[in-house]
Design a protein around this ligand. Structure first.
Ligand code: UT7
Length: 319
């Protein structure tokens, strides 16, 4: 029994906001610095009041449409997000309500930018166990809400959006191998350390990052976890048809592809147009690659995430 992807969908809010637009809004930055350091040229930013559940619902509807399923046919909904609408109920329950599904298990996963790899791996275990037949796995974020727009070292890096897949139990190959890891001792290099306490936000409610520490960590673990999942499936990393890594920085993406022997032409890149959308980045990139005709049925696709926690993970699948 495999868990097979039978539909993908995504959604980006509003018009692209370019690096030049950000500088025009008064951020002390420039296009050349951002492009050279990160590869980012533009990102999408949700209007105030637009929530992760709204973005995630549209992505989910598009994935259901591709799968040819009604929302009522789904029995598991997992949402990866670090920017939930509320402390509770979960964003998964809110999306379930918006979709009109009743009765499916629904919960959120918090693994920051690795969230989609975590959520997909969890859904696969449910399906392989036989307990569930059809899952919606969604990554949805409005990171613009937790950015300090006075911190030019972080606010130019992120964007908003959502991506989703529908997984179905199948005899034909689907997800071939998964690997998830974390190292909580590294929680300080990327975090939002604020809390809500007694009706007040206490501490710092904005995203903080030691960019160079994150960079070094990401390049190392993305290569290691790719080797691990390919090893589990008795494949060489160079046999992968498409690498879809977390979209944070083009230099991390290129370094990872090089270490793994995967040519640049087989690496899906959206960071230039999406920025870093955290848990949404991988399903957004997958959906774009499927709808553009790059990723074809039968091809081997390696999805990878890395992010705050620190967390990292990979999913190798036959599309
Ligand atoms: O999902 C996980 C996500 N995060 C990542 O993957 C991020 C990984 N890290 C990185 O991508 C890089 O570390 C950054 C792109 C975040 C930063 O690049 P860097 O080469 O490590 O730059 P830096 O932080 O050391 O800053 C270098 C200079 C500083 O100026 P001085 O002190 O040398 O005069 C910064 O003030 O660049 C300046 N700077 C900027 N200049 C223009 C920082 N941000 C900006 C900016 N525009 N937006």
């Amino acid at each position: 029994m495999y868990a097979r992807v039978i539909g993908t969908g995504s959604y980006l809010p509003g018009n692209p906001v370019s690096n030049i637009d950000l500088a025009a809004r008064g951020i002390d930055t420039n296009d050349d610095w951002i492009v050279t350091r990160t590869g980012i040229r533009s990102r999408h930013l949700a209007e105030p009041g637009t929530s992760s559940s709204e973005l995630g619902t549209i992505a989910a509807q598009r994935a259901l449409e591709m799968a040819g399923l009604a929302a009522s046919e789904i029995d598991l909904i997992i949402v990866a997000t670090s920017t939930p609408d509320f402390i509770f109920p979960s964003t998964a329950c809110l999306i379930q309500g918006r979709l009109g599904n009743k009765g499916a298990a629904a919960f959120d996963v918090q693994a920051v930018c690795s969230g989609f790899a975590y959520a997909l791996a969890i859904a696969e275990k449910f399906i392989r166990s036989g307990s569930h037949k059809r899952a919606l796995v969604i990554g949805a974020e409005v990171f613009s809400r937790i950015l300090d727009w006075n911190d030019r070292g972080t606010c130019v890096l992120f964007g908003d959006g959502a991506g989703a897949v529908v997984l179905e139990a199948s005899d034909s190959p689907g997800i071939l191998a998964t690997a998830l890891h974390a190292d909580g001792s590294q929680n300080g290099i990327l975090n939002v350390p604020g809390q809500i306490c007694g009706g007040q936000v206490t501490g710092d409610p904005f995203l903080r990052m030691d960019g160079q520490a994150v960079f070094k960590f990401a390049v190392r673990v993305l290569a290691e976890v790719a080797e691990e999942v390919c090893g589990s499936a008795n494949m060489a990393t160079s046999d992968v048809d498409w690498l879809i890594p977390h979209q944070a920085n083009i230099r991390i993406i290129e370094a990872t592809g090089k270490k793994l022997g995967i040519d640049r032409s087989r690496v899906i890149v959206t960071v230039d147009r999406h920025g870093n959308t955290s848990a949404a980045s991988v399903p957004l990139a997958l959906d774009e690659a499927v709808r553009s005709g790059n990723v074809q049925r039968g091809q081997k696709v390696l999805l990878e995430g890395v992010g705050g926690g620190f967390t990292w993970g990979a999913v190798l699948l036959q599309f």
